[in-house]
Design a protein around this ligand. Structure first.
Ligand SMILES: Nc1ncnc2c1ncn2[C@@H]1O[C@H](COP(=O)(O)OP(=O)(O)OP(=O)(O)O)[C@@H](O)[C@H]1O
Length: 394
């Protein structure tokens, strides 16, 4: 819901406020550039104004909902409101509140939530809330066919007013965004994406904290296949929609021969050696693209390969940090997030591939035992496969 004439999107960020002014300025510039890129990618008309604390999108009334949706898909944005821009003159703000009440308040309870950033103005937020509430009340009593009612705790309609240094804004809703930090605020990381439900969510979470990802898919040969790869690329394509101004080309690492070897030679521990292969290949690629960590969709105890002992042992295949944003997440929360960000449907396309996992699995790995049972040249194979990796357009 938005007030009549809303042609501005008020953008709020959160964690940027914990930074020094210099860092905050830098991150606000990144945020503005990312907002501009999303608007352009979606062909939404709009100009981003780089304001301290509150970036604004100036657009037109027809595009304000689409611009709000673009803002709430931008990493770093906590919430956004389609708003009417008004002068800071109190009488003018009250007039806009009255017009908004006429158009948009059609029953139930209401409240005015007023905020004032500029402390030099001749009124404070309490004056605004009180006088704004009275203005809305009078207009409804005089002109509408229902009785107004105030509920400050849980109103049906909230009239938001935010007064900044030279402008004020009136709005009716704050749409939640992803929060986090603007993409580009951190260095790159390698995201191991399998096309399953978990790894795209993990990659998204890393992007949400500002790290652009370099997607890496390991081709499992006869245990993967065209559909398996297509599914992984589909999730990358969906993630790329959140980052139109970043390169999201993926690397495909040829792993088929090594998987065949592991299936022939190993039973217990096979999945762990396969993880070691993934991590070492990711490490080599990280060096090539100047990335600083590896992201996976693993969560403690979700699979037998993900017990704390197994995660501990497999992690030693690389000297790079392995980031597991979903480490403590429950599966239903991961599924909910996958649905929210749009990767769930991609991840559940039937890939019809063969199963690599053996019937008997390791849950309590020991480094020495695992290394003795896996092919001696496993990590060299991973390094070679990474060097042979090809770029694929998602
Ligand atoms: N073929 C692959 N290519 C690249 N990375 C992979 C591949 N298979 C698995 N991974 C990585 O290893 C992690 C663990 O894989 P596994 O299949 O055991 O777990 P999962 O929890 O089911 O993950 P997902 O749902 O992402 O497949 C994945 O989250 C992903 O980061």
């Amino acid at each position: 819901m938005r007030p009549p004439g809303a042609d501005t999107v008020l953008v709020r960020h959160g964690d940027l406020n914990t930074k020094s002014n210099t860092v905050k300025r830098y991150m606000e510039d990144l945020l503005a550039a990312n907002l501009e890129a999303l608007l352009e990618d979606r062909s939404i008309p709009g100009e981003v104004e780089r304001r301290w604390n509150r970036p604004l999108i100036h657009t037109d009334e027809d595009a304000v909902d689409a611009a709000t949706a673009a803002a709430t898909d931008t990493f770093g944005v906590v919430s956004a409101s389609p708003a009417v821009t008004v002068s800071t003159e109190k009488a003018r703000i009250l007039e806009v509140l009255e017009e908004t009440a006429r158009e948009c308040y059609d029953g139930g309870t209401f409240a005015v939530d007023a905020r004032r950033a500029d402390k030099t103005l001749p009124y404070d937020s309490e004056d605004l809330a009180r006088e704004g509430g009275a203005a809305i009340w009078d207009v409804v009593e005089d002109e509408c066919e229902f009785e107004p009612a105030v509920d400050l705790d849980d109103p049906d309609v909230t009239f938001g007013v935010e007064v900044r240094e030279d402008l004020a804004f009136v709005y009716l809703e704050s749409v939640s965004g992803p929060g986090g930090l603007p993409l580009g605020a951190q260095e790159k990381t390698i995201a191991l994406v399998s096309g399953g439900i978990d790894s795209p969510v993990a990659a998204y979470e890393m992007m949400r904290r500002g790290s652009p990802i370099v997607p890496v898919y390991v081709d499992l040969g006869q245990y993967g296949g065209i559909d398996h790869e297509a599914r992984a690329m589909e999730t990358v394509r969906t993630l790329a929609e959140y980052a139109p101004n970043f390169d999201m080309q993926a690397y495909k690492v040829p792993g088929g021969e090594t998987v065949d070897l592991l299936v022939d030679e190993m039973e217990v521990g096979r999945m762990l050696s396969l993880r070691r292969f993934f991590y070492r290949a990711a490490e080599v690629l990280a060096e090539r693209v100047d990335a600083h960590g590896i992201v996976t969709g693993e969560a403690v105890g979700q699979k037998s390969s993900q017990t704390v002992q197994n995660l501990g042992v497999t992690s030693r295949a690389t000297s790079l940090p392995i980031h597991r944003p979903l480490l403590t997440w429950d599966k239903h929360d991961i599924v909910d997030r996958a649905r929210e960000i749009g990767t769930f449907t991609d991840s559940t396309i039937d890939a019809g591939c063969n199963r690599v996992a053996p019937d008997r699995t390791e849950t309590n790995a020991r480094q020495k035992r695992l290394l003795e049972s896996e092919p001696d040249d496993l990590l060299e194979r991973a390094e070679e496969a990474a060097r042979a990796a090809e770029l694929v357009e998602p």
